[in-house]
Design a protein around this ligand. Structure first.
Ligand code: AMP
Ligand code: FE
Ligand code: FE
Ligand code: ZN
Length: 279
């Protein structure tokens, strides 16, 4: 029996409404999923309502972009309930930071000759965590780019001509806030991290020592032998090997719920080990 612990909905930059994500996951008989939208829990109530009528468990989650000594990391936090709380309260501030940065990016795009407005961007989102994917969608709608991938490649990607940094939590703060909110954390798609002068293993150890619970070993874009290697590293360090597809609907074409590019399997035991780490 399988689960998927990394899914996006239209509450952030996925294209399916949260209840549709749940219905699709139940249709392929997953036993549980975590909805992990960027910086928001606003999709959780609709997802949970859908899960109530189906044989599937919904884990409330969120994906955070954090910084650890200048190294950028995406962190998944699980068992974070909507409503007030230590991490929950910071999510609102992070979404405000997105607003500032979206304006900076739109202004830069205007100067580069792409006459889109912030309203064009907001029209691309039905959620409350608006970011570069929606700016990409606005450029596509204006006929300036053919898809999100081209917009990231030519304009919006890290270091690109229309790239701006935004507010981030430190990795340590994210772990401590998630723990204070009754949650557990796992490092998302660890192979996208550039550890610079350090090493991935060192980074996992540092964060384990401040309370990190897992690393996402089973990820759509990892080759099977890489998934096995990362699971070994996790076991070696006393971390949980977690996994998920990073499904975004049509926002990341060719990625399916549960199975990623077709060969992904995340066992129920990943979720049960994670659950056992709850504070
Ligand atoms: P933001 O959170 O606003 O910085 O936007 C980052 C998000 O954009 C990531 O979490 C991905 O979901 C998405 N993204 C990054 N690169 C690409 C790409 N090449 N194509 C589509 N989506 C992307
Ligand atoms: Fe995303
Ligand atoms: Fe991510
Ligand atoms: Zn993600």
């Amino acid at each position: 029996m399988a689960v998927d612990l990394h899914l996006h909905s239209s509450a952030s930059d996925g294209t399916d409404p949260p209840e549709i994500v749940v219905e699709k996951a139940a249709a392929i008989q997953l036993t549980a999923i975590a909805l992990t939208d960027h910086d928001t829990l606003s999709g959780i109530p609709a997802a949970r309502a859908a899960a109530r009528n189906l044989p599937i468990e919904l884990i409330p989650g969120v994906e955070l972009s954090v910084d650890h000594d200048g190294v950028k990391i995406h962190m998944l936090a699980y068992f974070i309930e909507p409503g007030p709380g230590p991490l929950q309260d910071r999510l609102g501030e992070l979404r405000s930071g997105r607003g500032v940065r979206n304006h900076q990016i739109v202004e830069r795009l205007n100067r580069l000759g792409y006459p889109i407005t912030i309203d064009d961007v907001l029209r691309q989102s039905s959620g409350d965590a608006v970011g570069r994917p929606h700016i990409a969608d606005a450029l596509v709608a204006a006929g300036s780019m053919s898809d999100r991938a081209q917009a990231f490649r030519e304009l919006l990607g890290d270091g690109g001509p229309a790239y701006f940094e935004r507010d981030r939590l430190t990795a340590t703060d994210a772990i401590e806030l998630a723990t204070a909110s009754g949650g557990v954390t796992s490092i998302a798609h660890p192979l996208t991290i550039n550890p610079g002068d350090s090493s991935l293993r060192r980074l996992f150890e540092d964060l384990r020592d401040v309370g990190l619970a897992g690393i996402e070993a089973y990820y759509s874009e990892h080759l099977p032998h890489i998934r096995a290697q990362l699971a070994d590293v996790a076991a070696d360090l006393g971390l949980v090997a977690t996994g998920g597809s990073d499904y975004h609907g049509t926002g990341k074409p060719d990625l399916s719920i549960g199975t990623g590019r077709g060969d992904l399997v995340v066992r129920d035991s990943s979720l049960e080990e994670l659950r056992a780490r709850r504070p």
